[in-house]
Design a protein around this ligand. Structure first.
Ligand code: MRU
Length: 351
């Protein structure tokens, strides 16, 4: 695995900045950005320079820790007010991936629990917590990969949507983790990657990561998934997740629910892979998951040499959709594989 894929988000050496690989430039250019101001951090998340639910959580943790370090000379009361304001600013960047608020809440609770500690002590503790989130993610990806690999056999074809690989996490990824791990162990898989309109994470990132790793990958347009399934080329669908509700309904990149419906039609198992930090028991069903709406220009003109739609034509551009739990064969977490009924199996993860 190329080195930068495992270190594409990290704290700057000065401890007051965060360094990210700008994913919007891939696969043409691998350029790193150093983020210092809260607005540029939030913007990097909003514009998907860093993206993928777990990576967003890791990045948010580092951002809050870096901003706390910048402000450690403030009087304690002012420091606490600032910390709250900064967490709100970062947390409002994207609504669907629960890992963003999960990571910020984790740091916020720690700061709160430290009571009368000095700003410098709190800043140091937040840094350690952000590093822990990152380290845990590495272990989490590895465990998900091991569990997910039990669902595959050598030679299998797998269809995936969007990008849930190392660039969306820390290492291995979630949906791509079993494939990359199995490949390291000498297994062979054929992966069909949906290009994932409109932002093309499948084409730009998934095809790139798998190709770099030497995995057999075939890029398809989203509307070709049915044909690939009908041809009998895939034995499972593996996708990531941005938020899993208590009943198993799962938000993931727009188009995922269509893949699940097709998979059911063709009798192909459909698996969601994600960490327990993406499970939100506070959301009873998928109807309670906030869905991000994005700029219509992503559909009308982005990535085209010329606009491909009449200027000003109405567009509907939700970034995520919800796959009904009834279509999901299993939810693979770092603690094991949850099977229906999900209300019970997901709740058991937290007992
Ligand atoms: O808009 P994105 O690129 O952040 O969407 C990413 C996805 O939908 C991923 O599948 C999900 O975050 C899981 S990443 C392990």
């Amino acid at each position: 695995m190329p080195e930068y894929l495992s270190g594409h988000v990290h704290l700057g050496d000065d401890l007051t900045s965060v360094v990210i690989l700008d994913q919007t430039l891939l696969p043409s250019r691998a350029e790193y950005l150093t983020l210092r101001a809260p607005e540029e951090m939030a913007e990097a998340i909003r514009l998907l320079r860093v993206r993928g639910a777990p990576a967003i959580g890791i990045c948010a943790g580092y951002c809050l820790a870096a901003l706390a370090e910048q402000r450690k000379a403030l009087p304690p009361d002012q420091f606490r007010v600032e910390l709250h304001r900064l967490a709100q600013c970062l947390g409002s960047a994207r609504p669907t991936a629960v890992n963003l608020s999960w990571a910020l809440n984790r740091l916020g609770l720690l700061a709160h629990a430290m009571g009368a500690a000095s700003p410098a002590q709190i800043a140091a503790a937040l840094r350690e917590e952000a590093l822990s989130i990152h380290r845990e993610d590495i272990a989490m990806c590895r465990a998900i990969s091991e569990h997910g690999l039990t669902l595959l056999k050598d030679g299998d074809g797998v269809l995936t949507h969007c990008n849930a690989g190392p660039l969306a996490t820390s290492q291995y990824g979630t949906a791509l983790g079993p494939i990359l791990l199995g490949h390291e162990r000498g297994m062979n898989f054929r992966v069909f990657a949906d290009e994932t309109r409109p932002l093309l994470q499948g084409a730009r990132l998934t095809a790139y990561e798998l190709d770099q790793a030497g995995v057999d990958v075939t890029l398809i347009c989203d509307n070709m998934a049915s044909m690939v399934m009908k041809n009998g080329w895939v034995s499972a669908c593996f996708v990531g997740c941005d938020r899993v509700a208590a009943n198993g309904d799962t938000a993931n990149k727009i188009g995922t629910s269509g893949v699940a419906i097709l998979a059911r039609h063709y009798g192909i198992p459909f698996y969601v892979l994600g960490p327990t930090s993406t499970i939100d028991l506070g959301c009873p069903t998928g109807d309670d998951i906030p869905i991000e709406l994005r700029d219509p220009e992503e559909i009308r003109s982005k990535f085209y040499a010329q606009p491909m739609a009449p200027a000003g034509v109405k567009c509907y551009n939700p970034a995520f959709d919800v796959t009904d739990h009834s279509l999901i064969s299993g939810i693979v977490t770092e603690k094991g594989i949850c099977r229906p009924p999900y209300r019970q199996s997901l709740a058991a993860l937290f007992q």
